[in-house]
Design a protein around this ligand. Structure first.
Ligand SMILES: *[C@@H]1O[C@H](CO)[C@@H](O)[C@H](O)[C@H]1NC(C)=O
Length: 550
């Protein structure tokens, strides 16, 4: 069973990558950094090709995640291309995202093992079902957000802290030290908010040591002294400080090199600008309760009430949740709030929820109450799935820029010279460097069927339709659909619409019982055979026009 569950975690992440292969602007720094490492290498004379120098002015972020991802992907790309699975740059983007997704699935698999050990197999099974039925973590775990690079080491730390027998009171000293070392690394290198999670976890760990210390007094003064020797360990404090210095040195060395800026510690930079100078408020301020009232319910769906039940039933769950709740309460003090800042708490909440669900499904089913609880737990997972299907369909339809370029590259594959201007909307909704299939760098791994072309994918911003029409080297435009383009491009008579790309605009409900008669069997069959898809239909509208010069 454990193997099937691990496979389910892996397959869930992969399915989301395949359903929505394109990326948006918030993923683009790490995606493009990975692209640049893969295509140019890391030698000093290659760096001027990197996207962050070509389009300078972006906020510095660490290269370490992208470096690791590129290096992990390289052997896999070689094998996949030998078998003919990789024929375009888009295939490389998908492969890289699958590698990241697998890494995060591995983190969840480790947690699943810890849950098996500490809370029993049924709870582990429910942990996996709840995790896979949610929308956010499965959809995002294969997306190159900095937070998704941080999620794996955080899960690794939670694994180390929880991978122990059900009756053990605390993790081994070795595991605690390893877990805190990993969390420190994550906070220093990837995401500084992990420090806010680390603090309550460390306090809790000290407190646990403290209780052990008290109980040891009862056993004997001598062992108490021995325990001071092992738990206070000035040696450990010294080593922790050394750890921090080492991690800082690592990120400063690597990132100063890649950004050509000395000395640069990207996460500290971010912290300084966003928190101390209050710049994050410019991104928008949410009320103090937003994480609890809006972000957590969306991240957790049905796991939220179940985790409350789990906390009610089990003291181990309470001690697991308290540091996470403290983390979310502390980070609520920052005005700017996003779901991804607290995503690290989701797996822990799912463990708590699995414990609650476990209680619900294991009541005696002979009793009415027991059956009701069983139905309730399965109903919650089914409801999660329903929300996730809708969320994923909407999200997958929200990358018109990626879809447009993918179709564009295929349609004009025979053209020697193409100079396509990409509008802002298209650039932000999927037109990543990996979609510039017919222009350099020609990544050696993609065995393209056609000879390499030298197309120009022009992302120059704020050019008016008039200016674009006037510059005769531009052969194609990917423009935002609508009256503006109608006025700007089509009125000139110099452009034809080659094709258009649609995106999500809303849901339409086709209630099956409307026009339903008892004798209308055909209607029933139709409804059952088409499933829910026909009840809720997605409305789309034209988002982008691909224009060809007449
Ligand atoms: C993109 O188009 C503009 C307007 O014609 C032009 O000035 C610019 O040089 C082009 N960029 C590239 C990379 O060719």
């Amino acid at each position: 069973m454990s193997f099937a569950l691990d496979l389910l975690l892996l397959a869930t992440g992969w399915t989301h990558v395949w359903l929505a292969p394109y990326t948006k602007v918030e993923e683009s720094f790490n995606l493009h950094a990975t692209h640049d490492v893969l295509s140019y290498g890391v030698a000093p004379d290659a760096l001027h090709n990197y996207d962050h120098f070509v389009f300078s002015g972006v906020v510095p972020r660490t290269f370490i995640g992208s470096l690791i991802l590129a290096w992990l992907s390289t052997p896999i790309l070689h094998i996949a291309s030998a078998f003919g699975f990789i024929t375009s740059k888009l295939d490389i983007q998908i492969a890289v995202r699958l590698v990241l997704s697998s890494l995060n699935a591995f983190g969840l698999i480790l947690l699943r093992r810890a849950v098996f050990k500490r809370f029993g197999r049924p709870t582990g099974l429910l942990f996996v079902l709840l995790t896979c039925s949610q929308s956010h973590v499965p959809f995002w775990m294969g997306r190159t957000l900095p937070n998704m690079f941080a999620l794996f080491p955080v899960n690794l730390a939670f694994f180390l802290l929880n991978n122990r027998a059900s009756n053990s009171l605390k993790p081994s000293t070795l595991s605690v030290h390893a877990a805190f070392s990993i969390l420190t690394f994550t906070a220093v290198v990837f995401r500084s908010e992990v420090a806010i999670l680390l603090a309550p976890l460390a306090l809790q760990s000290l407190f646990l040591q403290h209780t052990r210390f008290l109980s040891l007094i009862k056993v004997g003064i001598i062992s108490a002294i021995a325990s001071i020797g092992t738990s206070m360990e000035p040696d450990y404090i010294f080593r922790s400080i050394l750890n921090i210095l080492l991690f800082v040195a690592l990120t400063v060395l690597v990132d100063s090199y890649f950004w050509d800026q000395w000395p640069l510690w990207p996460e500290f930079n971010g912290l300084y600008f966003n928190v101390f100078q209050g710049k994050s408020a410019e991104w928008g301020v949410s009320p103090a309760h937003a994480y609890f009232s809006s972000h957590l319910p969306k991240l957790l769906l049905g796991s939220l009430p179940l985790s409350a039940l789990g906390a009610l039933l089990d003291a181990r769950i309470r001690s697991l949740l308290i540091p996470c709740l403290a983390f979310i309460a502390l980070i609520s003090a920052l005005g700017h709030k996003e779901w991804r800042f607290i995503v690290y708490a989701v797996p822990v909440f799912n463990i708590a929820a699995a414990r609650g669900a476990r209680w619900m499904v294991s009541r005696r089913k002979g009793r009415f109450f027991g059956r009701l609880l069983f139905l309730g737990a399965t109903g919650i997972i089914a409801a999660n799935l329903l929300v996730t299907v809708m969320y994923t369909r909407v999200s997958a339809a929200n990358y018109p820029g990626g879809s447009a370029l993918a179709v564009f590259n295929k349609r004009y594959a025979d053209w020697e010279h193409v100079h396509v201007h990409i509008s802002n909307l298209a650039a932000q909704t999927g037109a990543s460097l990996f979609l510039q299939d017919h222009s350099p760098p020609h990544i050696a791994l993609a065995h393209s069927a056609s000879a390499p072309h030298h197309w120009v994918y022009n992302k120059t911003e704020s050019l008016s339709p008039k200016a674009i029409t006037a510059s005769s080297q531009i052969t194609h435009v990917i423009a935002e659909a609508g009256p503006e383009s109608q006025k700007g491009y089509l009125k000139t008579g110099k452009w034809d619409i080659a094709f258009s790309i649609e995106g999500f605009s809303g849901w339409r409900f086709n209630l099956p019982w409307r026009g339903w008669r008892v004798n209308n069997k055909a209607k029933i069959y139709e409804w059952v055979s088409q499933g829910l898809g026909s009840v809720m239909e997605m409305d789309t509208r034209e988002e982008l026009w691909v224009l060809e010069r007449t």
